[in-house]
Design a protein around this ligand. Structure first.
Ligand code: ZN
Length: 87
């Protein structure tokens, strides 16, 4: 049985997306907030939900829920490294 990521149920994908978002929040807490890097990030609000969190949710949602098989059919690059399994 060869199960692929796209065959996982939505709830499992949601759990994976939440795990990535949790990792991002921990990165904010333990690296950006702790060492003061937030001073150099535009629109970053320390300890508050900000545009960076919305952006991370957006990117994670695309990575986890996008129909990559469809996206790959639109790829126009020859010998594209990402689309190697393209038929
Ligand atoms: Zn490609």
């Amino acid at each position: 049985m060869n199960m692929k990521f796209k065959d996982l149920p939505v709830v499992a994908k949601l759990a994976i997306a939440l795990t990535f978002f949790n990792a991002w929040v921990m990165f904010e807490e333990f690296v950006i907030d702790r060492f003061g890097y937030w001073q150099y990030l535009p629109f970053y609000r320390k300890g508050i939900f900000c545009i960076w969190d919305i952006t991370s949710i957006f990117i994670i949602s695309i990575l986890v829920f996008a129909k990559w098989k469809f996206v790959k059919t639109k790829c126009f690059l020859a010998n594209c490294k990402i689309c190697l399994d393209k038929q």
